[in-house]
Write a protein that binds this ligand. Structure first.
Ligand code: PRP
Length: 178
């Protein structure tokens, strides 16, 4: 099936880096995938197709790797792109959303007027780990008055409870991992 072929192609270009950024962590490095024209195009096409399938009117990408994946997906689907950034990086009036990390808290921001009523927003990122970043982005989109079309990630770390954490905020909207 097409999905399995895509999955194999993507997996073949994602490299495991042990003990990065900390001892005991297996980092999933997507830079080989980005550097391969065929694999990157296949990923971009699949993300653009997801935008269309989920009826999105805008794409939100999560800093930083969600920018690399979300921007070409938005262009491919004929949609605009909205960056959700770490706090303090956006110049205009923002909505901010704090969320819990394993130790401490983090905060992300979106321009307050970037999405609004009438928009159906698809969130794109590389990895769903604990789900905190995606959950906060979904809350930001709703607070801006827009509808959430779903969350699409390249990979979901299935050994972490990210999907469960995100499910409440999604309110039935889909979470898809390529
Ligand atoms: C990583 C990843 C996701 C997020 C997933 O980004 O790219 O955005 O963490 O983790 P979570 O599901 O536990 O929230 P990171 O915070 O490392 O930011 P960066 O891409 O700017 O380095």
């Amino acid at each position: 099936p097409a999905d399995e072929k895509l999955r194999d192609l993507l997996l073949a270009h994602i490299h495991d880096v042990p003990d990065y950024p900390q001892p005991g962590v297996m980092f999933k490095d997507i830079t080989p995938l980005l550097a391969d024209a065929t694999a990157f195009a296949a990923l971009t096409d699949a993300l653009a197709e997801a935008c269309k399938r989920h009826g999105a009117t805008k794409v939100v990408g999560l800093e930083a790797r969600g920018f690399i994946l979300g921007a070409p997906a938005a262009v491919g689907a004929g949609l605009g792109f909205v960056p959700v950034r770490k706090a303090g990086k956006l110049p205009g009036a923002t909505l901010a959303q704090a969320y819990e990390l394993e130790y401490g808290t983090a905060e992300i921001e979106m321009h307050a007027d970037a999405v609004g009523p009438g928009d159906r927003v698809l969130v794109i990122d590389d990895v769903l780990a604990t789900g905190g970043t995606a959950e906060a982005s979904v809350r930001l989109i709703r607070r801006a008055g827009a509808e959430v079309a779903g969350v699409v990630v390249l990979m979901e770390l299935g050994f972490l409870p990210g999907r469960e954490r995100l499910s409440g905020a999604l309110e039935g909207a889909p979470l898809e991992a390529l």
